[in-house]
Design a binder for this molecule. Structure first.
Ligand code: GDP
Ligand code: MG
Length: 680
């Protein structure tokens, strides 16, 4: 008999801050830990105490991926950051998971930030289920939130359970598939579920929603339609398999309900993860890029021998060193084997592999395709990079990171702090490649750039607190860009004696503005028979280097096309260095003649504010140079979508809080660069 494989679910939790992600995850780990342990060793109260202990110490889940077991299925819970400032991280975690649970607050409903993350989940076609939490709160309204999900997320929500009562009288759920009442005991932290027949006075409501469920499902199954029309009984397995198929196709969003804080409704969410979300084998093969040939290549998760794995998170642990969280897409990673860090083109030896659990970790010898685990001590791999078998140089992630548009200067106080700072930045950069570090040529200060105030704040706080660097930190500054407004042609002749040898080269460059957002481009119109490849390469280096050092103000240059249209040299004096320098000087001089301009980042700002204050919020926004693009009314709230220059949006969270007595929320993301307005 073939050895049975453990079923796997790789899932993430998507939630707006405060919706109850931590509380729910803790309950999940408690119940799964308990059921897993109870099957093996009976530790009695020790297991029971675990959650309370963790809670008392205020520990939440710090691991980027935690493994637990539910009904013999291995569930890997992958952490997804909730804030839009960390979009790249959200996107990366969405890539490595196969399904997600969206948690919504039964009072707050769908908030703007959940909308953003939800749309990202849409982009990556991640199958989802929804859990409406906090049914015990005053103002909880399950059906209103279901409607909001339908309208705001343009999803097709399908309640598979409905609440019995609400706020302080929230009792339990009606399971619409098995048509039973579910109740949880307070005494055992909700570990046992009491299943009973639906009482008479709830029958009409239960029947109404059961019918709605079957009606919705008949769109996906002829078998259900036929049975339904003939008023015959529809087998539970058929209902479940139909929901499963439609959920994986993202045509349905099963909705569950509960109150994690009151220990009600959590186990059905685990059951739904097993029942409706896909296992890694069920997914389509993914497309990667061959690093050398640059062509797309299909990764067959199951059949391929060669290993490919994506590093989705790096954490530094004081005791264990660098923890590298991996998702294996094909083949497997074994301890003792050698892989390549494809982006760095370096070999990595796999010394130790771990599986992370809620309160411990386990040494393992292999991570197979579809699985998630941790490798210790990799030297080169960074977040977002690919590890693969030797001779199989493929790249799994080809994502565009958002532009780092805001920066801060940091100055260590002593030489010792300087070393600590470099070490901190090297480590942090491996964890989060979305911030940039560069040195200001004139002042020698280190400049850190990130995607938003909060993002920079997190990086700087970690440098100061976690790495204990004593440093002066400047005020956040906007990162501008430079570009040009007209086309210009310029010839640069470089001639210099260096170390007793003559170096000379002449290049003629044409610079032209590209459309906004199109990026920079360098093309050589000279054939390699006229200008040898090594000199062509030197010209390219000179130009690419100039793009990042800017034109007049030293900000990176964007949206410029540079063409090399003529090159002159003599065999005796020509050199790579002469071509590189003449190109770099030529670029500067050409661009200075081509109407250089300063560009500033414009942000997409989504504000959710109480209707009474929408007037104040909008007039404040226009004082900041913002333009409202659309407004949508929600019950008691308005969603204002606007664009505003980043420079005017510093400290906006404080301003919005005082304008709305703390009730307004907003999200802000880089939109594009635009010519700086004179009012700044
Ligand atoms: P997160 O930000 O999504 O991780 O949310 P938390 O789990 O930290 O919860 C935010 C707050 O909501 C905390 O004060 C929780 O105690 C509370 N909370 C979480 N779940 C529930 C619930 O089911 N009912 C009520 N009343 N409060 C809850
Ligand atoms: Mg939390």
């Amino acid at each position: 008999m073939a050895k049975q494989k453990t079923a796997i679910r790789n899932i993430g939790i998507i939630a707006h801050i405060d919706a109850g992600k931590t509380t729910t995850t803790e309950r999940v780990l408690f119940y799964t830990h308990k059921s897993h342990r109870m099957g093996e060793v009976d530790e009695g109260t020790a297991t029971m105490d675990w959650m309370t202990q963790e809670q008392n110490r205020g520990i939440t889940i710090v691991s980027a991926a935690t493994t637990c077991y539910w009904r013999k299925t291995k569930i890997n819970i992958i952490d997804t950051p909730g804030h839009v400032d960390f979009t790249a991280e959200v996107e990366r975690s969405l890539r490595v998971l196969d399904g997600a649970v969206g948690i919504f607050c039964a009072v707050g409903g769908v908030e703007p930030q959940s909308e953003t993350v939800w749309h990202q989940a849409d982009r990556y076609r991640v199958p989802c289920i929804a859990y409406i939490n906090k049914m015990d709160r005053v103002g909880a309204d399950f059906f209103a939130v279901v409607n909001e999900i339908r309208e705001k997320l343009t999803a097709n929500p399908l309640p598979v359970s409905i609440p019995i009562g609400k706020d302080s009288s929230y009792e339990g759920n009606i399971d619409l598939i098995n048509m039973k009442e579910l109740h949880w005991d307070i005494d055992d932290e909700g570990s046992e579920i009491r299943i009973s027949d639906i009482r008479d006075d709830l029958q009409p409501l239960a029947n109404e929603w059961h019918d709605k469920l079957l009606d919705a499902l008949s769109a996906f199954s002829e078998e259900i339609t036929d049975l339904y029309l003939e008023s015959r009984e529809i087998p539970t397995e058929l209902i479940i398999s139909t929901i499963r198929k439609a959920t994986i196709a993202r045509e349905l969003l099963p909705v569950l309900v509960g109150s994690s804080l009151k220990n009600k409704g959590v186990q059905p969410v685990l059951d739904a993860i097993l029942a409706y979300l896909p296992s890694p084998e069920e997914l389509k093969p993914i497309i990667a890029l061959h690093a050398k040939k640059n062509n797309p290549i299909t990764i067959n998760r199951e059949e391929m021998e060669q290993c490919s794995a994506l590093v989705f998170k790096i954490q530094h642990d004081r005791e264990m060193g660098t923890l590298c969280y991996l998702r294996v897409y094909s083949g497997s990673i074994k301890t003792g084997s050698v892989l390549i860090s494809v982006n760095a083109a370096k070999k990595e030896r796999i010394n130790r592999l771990l599986r992370m659990h809620a309160n411990n970790h386990e040494q393992i010898s292999e991570i197979k395709a579809g699985e998630i685990g941790v490798a210790i001590g990799l030297k080169f791999a960074r977040t977002g990079e690919t590890l693969a078998s030797e001779g199989f140089p493929i790249i799994l992630e080809m994502m565009n990171f958002p532009e780092p548009v805001i920066s801060v200067a940091i100055e260590p106080k002593t030489m010792g702090d300087q070393d600590k700072l470099r070490n901190a930045l090297a480590n942090l950069h491996k964890e989060d490649p979305t911030f940039d570090v560069r040195e200001n040529d004139e002042t020698g200060q280190l400049i850190i750039s990130g995607m938003g105030e909060l993002h920079l704040d997190v990086v700087v706080t970690r440098i100061l607190e976690e790495y204990k660097v004593d440093a002066n930190v400047g005020k956040p500054q906007v990162s501008y860009r430079e570009s040009i407004t007209s086309a210009e042609t310029h010839t640069e002749f470089y001639h210099r004696a260096l170390a007793g040898k003559e170096h000379a080269a002449s290049v003629t460059l044409k610079v032209e503005p590209q459309r906004r957002g199109e990026g920079n481009l360098f093309v050589s119109e000279i054939s390699p028979t006229v200008l040898p490849a090594s000199y062509q390469e030197a010209v390219r280096r000179g130009i690419i280097g100039s793009f990042s050092s800017g034109i007049v103000m030293g900000y990176p240059a964007v949206d410029i096309k540079v063409s090399l249209i003529k090159a002159e040299f003599q065999e005796t004096t020509a050199s790579e260095i002469a071509f590189e320098i003449s190109s770099s000087l030529g670029f500067d001089n050409a661009c200075r003649k081509a109407g250089p301009i300063l560009l500033e980042p414009l942000m997409q700002v989504d504000i959710m504010c109480p209707s009474e204050q929408v007037g104040d919020v909008i007039s404040n926004l226009s004082q900041r140079g913002g333009h409202v693009e659309s407004m949508e009314s929600r019950p008691a709230y308005e969603l204002v979508k606007a664009k505003a220059p980043l420079i005017k949006m510093f400290g906006y969270s404080t301003a919005l809080r005082s304008l709305t007595q703390g009730r307004g929320t907003f999200s802000m993301e880089f939109s594009h660069f635009m010519e700086r307005s004179n009012s700044n």
